[in-house]
Design a binder for this molecule. Structure first.
Ligand code: MG
Length: 174
């Protein structure tokens, strides 16, 4: 997908930012359907007749939130800068080795997880521990790429989209 990048001081609209975020995630090897499958894995036990389409729709809604967009753009930028050797030490080594004591990747993910309430923490914890689907794939690529922020961002988007579905199901909106 080619997306026109906004130039200069002009701020991008939320819709353009969403398109950019989708394109950036795809550039890093993560598709909307990959994230929808994570949502399905988390929620299928709890929501009867849950469809992949409903999961995908929920991911789309989460990506319309500006704090989510900003977190994704920031995290992916840092991963890519680390990959290109543009960061100074000791940060460069911490990011390249995905140092478990770094912790800022998880902190950034919190700004996404929070959006649909505390159930997001539980969902994120599960995804972070089990690393199903695309999270495992992204994690396994860490020898060749820097995905220190990406794995947490993807898990957080899936966790938020799952929480959103849980709330909507309770409200009879599914
Ligand atoms: Mg990480």
């Amino acid at each position: 997908m080619s997306v026109v990048q906004p130039q200069g001081k002009q701020y991008a609209s939320g819709l353009l930012l969403k398109q950019l975020v989708v394109a950036w995630l795809e550039r890093r090897g993560v598709s909307m359907d990959d994230i929808a499958r994570l949502v399905y894995e988390v929620q299928q036990k709890y929501i009867r007749d849950l469809s992949i389409a409903a999961c995908r729709e929920s991911v789309e809604r989460v990506l319309e939130k500006r704090e989510v967009q900003n977190a994704v753009l920031t995290g992916i930028s840092i991963d890519e800068m680390a990959e290109k050797g543009l960061l100074a030490e000791p940060l460069a080594t911490m990011l390249k080795s995905d140092d478990g004591l770094y912790g800022i990747d998880e902190i950034m993910a919190l700004s996404i997880i929070n959006i649909y309430g505390s159930i997001g923490f539980t969902n994120f914890g599960y995804l972070d521990k089990v690393k199903p689907g695309i999270i495992g794939v992204v994690n396994d690529k860490k020898s060749e790429k820097v995905n220190t922020f990406l794995d947490d961002l993807v898990a957080a988007i899936a966790a938020a989209a799952s929480s959103r579905l849980a709330h909507r199901d309770r409200d009879g909106l599914l």
